[in-house]
Write a protein that binds this ligand. Sequence first.
Ligand SMILES: *Cc1c(COP(=O)(O)O)cnc(C)c1O
Length: 452
Amino acid sequence: MTSPLPSVDQILGRPEAAALIERHGRAAVLGAIRGITAAFRAARAAADAEQVLAAAGDRLAREALGSLRRVFNLTGTVLHTNLGRALMAEAAARAAYEASIAFANLEFDLDTGRRGERDAHVRARLCRLTGAEAATVVNNNAAAVLLLLNALAARREVVVSRGELIEIGGAFRMPDIMARAQCRLVEVGTTNRTHAADYAGAIGPRTALVMKVHPSNYAVTGFTKAVPEREMARIAHDAGLPFAIDLGAGTLVGLERWGLPHEPTPAEAIAAGADLVTFSGDKLLGGPQCGIVVGRAALIARLDKNPLKRALRLDKARLAALAATLALYDDPDRLAQRLPTLRMLTRGENEIAAQAARLAPLLARWAGADWQVTVVPARSQIGSGALPVDLLPSAAVALRPAGRRAGAALEALAARLRGLAWPVVGRIADGALLLDCRCLDDEAAFVAQLDA
Ligand SMILES: *Cc1c(COP(=O)(O)O)cnc(C)c1O
């Protein structure tokens, strides 16, 4: 038995079809209509032209959204790698946009009319902010470490403490990066304790570099010993070797200025004697994804000459965004207003709790009678490996299921929130779905969506 379906021509003759073509283009609409009628035919179901067009319209609207969507990050982790880490400042996003839609003097010196250097657009500020002689920028910090190791230590040895052989997630493991950079890793010390003599004893004729890796996403506590950076620098320099630090998060200003816990800065690392320091652009710095290396001019020149630099270089949009982000650091007094990452990190517990209290009744109505909704104290994380054990006092809306099968109900509610037009991502803990309000910037949009 075949089901009666209108022909494609009949469907295209309807006025709704013209509206869809205006919006999505003829080819896409035709493809969607064919797909929908095929599905009806396969299901041996009947449909009229109007139904086919409605289904095609839904499909096209869904496809137009794309898979990369903005989400509300209510996880409590400010720099959430899976949710895109730092939000760019308004000025940085605008700079990226402008660099993208017009030609730019990316590698062109406007004074001389000759070829210029793309990193020159950020170099002077990076040097000023870190006290370094020179700087180079690449795709991300993993790339910065790879480039540094390959340029300075290929086919030679790199001395690193056993307590610092980190894995950061997303397949960044220090021993693997070393191998890919063609370096031989020489581990010194033990997991919890490394002494100055361990470094000195490991240095030999094949050593190219002494390296320190900031243990960014974990803490070794208890009976521990690490060698201070200043002393590591002295040991390396006594042997005529460079000393490099992979800092990871690398904030450019002391966070204690805003009452946040201290996180090491590139300037401190340079002042302690590091010859090269690597850090990410989209962690605490609050800019676009990139990796930054600052340090001695002669060493940076070797990185810039390495063919990997060409493969890992930044595009104009991100360079423009980085330059605009760094410019905000000229006015530290207003940084917490302008840099979204810092704005979210410095939000007060009371302000967040008041926001959670405003949202709780709306969420209670949205979730339905089966849910008990309260405001609870929460602990936000900086995330992305910065300050792994420091948790910031915050507030969350907690949704608890009444009755049995709580686990399944929580998963279902989390899925319902993720299914919204502007998906909401929270976290499940202690038998509740927690929506930490620290990163909720656009409260009006959040409320409007619940009401819809
Ligand atoms: C985050 C981090 C990296 C990797 O940086 P990406 O910018 O994610 O590539 C490397 N080293 C340390 C210590 C880090 O914290």
